[in-house]
Design a protein around this ligand. Structure first.
Ligand SMILES: *Cc1c(COP(=O)(O)O)cnc(C)c1O
Length: 391
């Protein structure tokens, strides 16, 4: 499998066939596994074999197929799948940290990630320093000899700032800190996170991996020592396991992931270029645009701008009018979906933040996040342009 391309790994990676030799992967909807003897049960619990299952909270054949497939696709040694993206972020960090440890994190984070860094870790005695993730001098100043981990979203939600994985990893590794990257907006398709220096890569599989709005899921990827030695003991005893049915959805999602993400990215690029400079918009944010402050970094890191853009309508009133006038793009709060989705972060996903925090993160009252789906690109452009005319 090592010499297969990513496309081939996405389709055949991790397959385990039952005695029936099914073509499509089986869903092992089972909580547990029967032992031939008491001696075998004892041996299983000693985990002598690699490929043996005990209880679905620890592992399950369908879940394992998804883990093996995405690990192969990402170029990671191993992976552990979780019930949601947040279970993955929480597990990745909490499993390796203890009271007294120091963490440096980018400030521009998805609301629930910020909750874990700001509220959960600190409650248990972990010290967290926040930095502007795009400013390397701030990372350099905040990382200390006792820093245990750094955390950031490689592209921030919803303002699409791109963080330099290689440069931050170099600073972190100089003090022996572990680099944990939430890589949702980069997607596994454009990710080179491990090659660039990330030690642990986290995805919400709810986003592009399912990509069809059906189920929650998450995954943590990294070296085998970390995944099986640090992460698995924490996750298997604290109950964040992915359901076998959801794992099957994610496994099948992997087969079309690259095709979907590339088609969505092509439309996102086209929309961003067509909308840039539109007189009804005060800003068009998209890392694939030359005007984006980290355009060059984004291209070096990912080779594309991704599937999400952000438009600034200037005020909440205009943003709401725009949202309400859309006919194809739906108003919701997922991203990476086959259906294009528009979100007003200030009043929904980032509602929890105080006004000054929103302002500091660039979450203006007029900002609309647009996750570009698989519809015809010209239909989407017409929909957005017509909704802008309604202003
Ligand atoms: C959605 C998202 C999460 C959380 O994922 P869930 O599957 O909703 O738990 C974490 N990080 C980022 C960047 C996200 O977009």
């Amino acid at each position: 499998m090592d010499d297969w391309s990513k496309r081939t790994k996405a389709v055949h990676g991790g397959v385990r066939r039952s005695q029936y030799n099914e073509v499509s992967e089986a869903i092992f909807m089972t909580q547990g596994f029967v032992y031939d003897s008491a001696e075998q049960a004892e041996a299983r619990f000693q985990q002598l074999g690699d490929d043996e299952f005990i209880y679905a909270r620890y592992g399950n054949p369908t879940v394992r197929m998804f883990e093996d497939r995405i690990a192969a696709f990402e170029g990671a040694e191993d992976a552990f799948a979780t019930a949601s993206g947040m279970a993955a972020v929480n597990g990745a960090l909490v499993s390796m940290l203890k009271a007294g440890d120091h963490v440096v994190s980018a400030r521009a984070l998805f609301g629930s990630c910020l909750y874990i860094l700001e509220e959960v870790l600190t409650r248990y005695g972990v010290e967290v320093s926040f930095v502007d993730g795009t400013d390397l001098a701030q990372w350099e100043a905040a990382i200390r000899p006792d820093t245990k981990a750094v955390f950031f979203e490689s592209i921030s939600n919803p303002t699409l700032e791109v963080i330099d994985i290689a440069a931050v990893s170099k600073l972190a590794h100089a003090v022996g800190a572990t680099v944990v990257v939430d890589n949702v907006f980069s997607t596994p398709v454009y990710s080179n996170a491990i090659a660039l220096g990330a030690d642990v890569v986290v995805y919400s599989a709810t986003k592009h991996i399912d990509g069809q709005g059906r189920a929650l899921g998450g995954v943590v990827l990294g070296a085998k020592d970390y995944v099986r030695g640090v992460l698995e003991p924490y996750l298997k005893h604290t109950g964040g396991a992915l359901s076998p049915f959801s794992a099957w959805l994610m496994l099948k999602g992997m087969e079309t992931l690259e095709l979907r993400v590339r088609a969505q990215t092509e439309s996102a690029q086209m929309l961003a270029e067509a909308l840039e400079g539109h007189n009804a918009l005060s800003r068009v944010l998209y890392p694939g645009l030359r005007s984006h402050p980290q355009h060059a970094l984004c291209h070096a890191q990912m080779g594309a701008g991704g599937t999400v853009l952000a438009l600034d309508l200037g005020s909440q009133e205009r943003a709401f009018k725009f949202l309400n006038a859309l006919k194809i793009v739906v108003i919701s709060n997922n991203l990476g979906d086959a259906k294009s989705i528009a979100t007003h972060p200030a009043t929904t996903t980032h509602q929890r933040l105080a006004d000054d925090q929103k302002a500091a993160l660039g979450i203006t009252p007029g900002l609309v996040r647009l996750s570009v789906g698989l519809e015809g690109g010209n239909d989407l452009l017409r929909d957005v342009e017509n909704a802008l005319l309604a202003l």
